[in-house]
Write a protein that binds this ligand. Sequence first.
Ligand code: WT7
Length: 631
Amino acid sequence: MSEDFDVKLVEDVKSYTPDPRYKKNSWLGDYRTAYDEFLKDQDAFWSKMAHELEWIQPWDKVKELDYPYAKWFTNAKLNITANCLDRHVSGDRRNKAALIWRGENGAEKIYTYQQLLSCVMRFANVLKKVGVKKGDRVCIYMPLVPEQVIAMLACARIGAVHSVVFGGFGAAALNMRIQDAEAKVVITADVSIRRGKVIQLKSIVEEAIINSSSVEHVIVLRRQSPQVELRPNLELDFYEMMRSVPADCPAEVMDAEDTLFTLYTSGSTGKPKGIVHTCGGYMVGTYYTSKYVFDIKDSDIFWCTADPGWITGHSYIVYGPLAVGATVFMSELTPDFPDAGSYWSLIEEQKVTIFYTAPTAIRMFMKMGETWPDKYDLSSLRIIGSVGEPLNPEAFEWYYQVIGKKKCPILDTWWQTETGMHMITTMLGEPMRPGFAGLPIPGIEADVVDKDGNSVKPGTGGFLVVKSPWPSMLRTVYGDDERYRKYWYTIDGVYTVGDLAVKGKDGYIMILGRSDDIIIVAGHNIGTAEVESALVSHHAVAESAVIGKPDFVKGNSIKAFVILRVGHEPSDKLRQDLMYHVRMTIGPIAVPQEIEFVDKLPKTRSGKIMRRVLKAKEMGIDPGDISTLDE
Ligand code: WT7
């Protein structure tokens, strides 16, 4: 990220203002008033939020700064599950539905808060029984089923650190994450079910734990009958274990700064970063945004279509909504199976009121046409949200008109794995501008700056930064604090996000995309270096370079340039082999759509591949400054 760039915004003045009742009836009330209250006394603002939750022992200080580090709610003691579960069970939400899950062929499971707490306590005792202690790492590699949520909460119950790996990742990606975290236990399932197809998860785990000496046990949720065989001593059955332990498990007393979980995200090297989140700050941040951004009320049915394996699922399927006592709907069904109406039929069936999905899904729905949503009654919806990449104006319009029926406000929420919670959006009731995420939420100071950190003039572009710490910020990168420091030292004094953005006349922020070597494909963060190193690990490949190409539905698609080793000839068969190899190493989400065999790659004199040049050539545009190009 070395160069400034020049964007002049031609502003579209179009905006939509929601019915004033949204603002009037919201938890937040007026955005400006709330933001000013935050600016007046930042610690008082967060202290007030934190006081809405239950603590075993209160904090000495709201925050303690030691740049680039920050601690929040110092010396406070808590357990996040006591807030997500016990707090509701001891009150009026005891018999309220906490989780409603839908799988294929009409499968459904419902857990009340009481039932969910019981399951979590039993599974927490299972973890204890197999030797998991406070601070131990547990890897969760599961399909989108309630047991995944139970496993996460059970870890949190006893203070074990969960590292959830999305069930779509391949064996090598899983292996790297297990090894990096030195996970003691892996929790998985026999299979996951996607679009009617059965994917053997356990066999991927078997491959991933070869050479992972830290793994003592694998706990397997067996979904299929007849049940798969378990390897004696190593593999244990999820529900059999639960029947063999006591029912009660007190919540472990955690320090606010103890680690709650690590979650891997792509960076600009081949090795993903284990983002570390802590108990206290993360709890306050996800609770606050679930209540005041999503405006969740007791009568809502909240559906976030992400997988708990991503940060979106951690924050807005599990911890945030449960902390506010919401009814959370989750589904293993994909948007296009059994047909393109699957999501809309679920909204009608469950009377979903708040729906949170990704632009890539919205653009796919656009492509499939309005006849699908038009077949269903979507009138239960009151708020619709978006996350993961820019919601382009065309997709905004479609979402607003066809799904929201010109009545539901759209919350286009900008945030990251690192931020843990929403950071920028257009708060409920405020005028929405297609293409713009909006303004920093109360509690957050964000801006668009030039490379020296100076705020850019309205109408111009620059780097998106966060100017002061927030409770749910990452505390470090697991085992690699240097990479943490980089976020805070790229531009002095601020947290550099890695996104390019433009500021509108009214301060509204439009996110343009990544400024680094990360490609967002269908809402998933993929490092070019990860795909390149997967390709190079194939015996026929000498070198490779990967770029993102604009794609209407996915936002970007991956194109790989490959130099073959001597003795290997380009062929369609080899191209297919390489795609399969990436699928097996990282997973289906990282498979290049195109592979081009080349003789050389554009490089700097120091040998760095200039992906920018490849991209410009690919798109037939001017590559810009190429003075550092070798030859
Ligand atoms: C990157 C973070 C946060 C959960 C999902 C992704 C992009 C995210 C938006 C948005 C434009 C967005 C950014 C960001 N992004 N939300 N509303 N508008 N871009 O989490 O995998 O950590 O990716 O996703 O580029 O830096 P993640």
